[in-house]
Write a protein that binds this ligand. Structure first.
Ligand code: ADP
Length: 181
């Protein structure tokens, strides 16, 4: 199972996968953080296609082409804004992962990279968000045989170490993976 899920530290726009997931806002018209980076790397045609979609509700996902990205597709999903945890945040974040993966299956996508949805400007606590991300992806992969590779792309060391810990990988004293999981 773990062989189909990997964790890397890096920039999601540089990933060589069939689809990258964007942590978008509900307008789908671009923003800061990972959304801004994806639009900058993909070029203005991405924004033009996004304009045709009419937005996306929180927890759902929409797909576009990747334009100048090496990824052929971008799956835009809208994570919940953290409002203390009592406003359905966990369930909405889980549905971002499920709906993104469901779109990937529908379109015959074999490899997909996720950022840490909602953990930037939207303020979702990183550890809790990571546990949800890992649990949802693991559960989904049990019944989705066409998806061969899911990559969690961590922007920075703190996110990387959190993902590695939640995945249960052993780290050495330098914070490096001891062995391939
Ligand atoms: P949200 O509004 O869903 O919180 P953000 O873009 O603010 O979205 O942050 C989501 C996560 O994406 C954060 O963990 C942030 O560090 C990360 N991030 C920002 N830029 C990139 C990038 N180029 N590649 C991968 N992850 C990124």
């Amino acid at each position: 199972m773990s062989a189909r899920i990997s964790v890397v530290e890096g920039d999601i726009t540089q990933q060589r996968v069939d689809a990258i997931v964007n942590a978008a806002n509900s307008s789908l018209l671009g923003g800061g953080g990972v959304d801004g980076a994806i639009h900058r790397a993909a070029g203005l045609e991405l924004l033009a296609e996004c304009r045709t979609l009419g937005g996306c509700p929180t927890g759902e996902a929409r797909m576009t082409r990747g334009y100048r990205l090496s990824a052929r597709w971008v799956i835009h999903t809208v994570g919940p804004v953290w409002r203390g945890g009592d406003h359905g945040e966990d369930a909405l974040l889980a549905s971002c992962y499920r709906n993104s993966l469901a779109l990937a299956v529908e379109h015959g996508i074999h490899s997909i990279a996720f950022p840490a949805i909602s953990t930037g400007v939207y303020g979702f606590p990183l550890g809790q968000a990571t546990r949800i991300a890992v649990a949802e992806v693991r559960r989904f992969l049990e019944q989705a045989e066409t998806i061969e590779q899911v990559v969690f792309v961590c922007f920075g060391r703190r996110a990387y170490e959190t993902y590695v810990a939640v995945m249960g990988y052993p780290l050495n004293s330098l914070g490096q993976l001891k062995a391939d999981p």
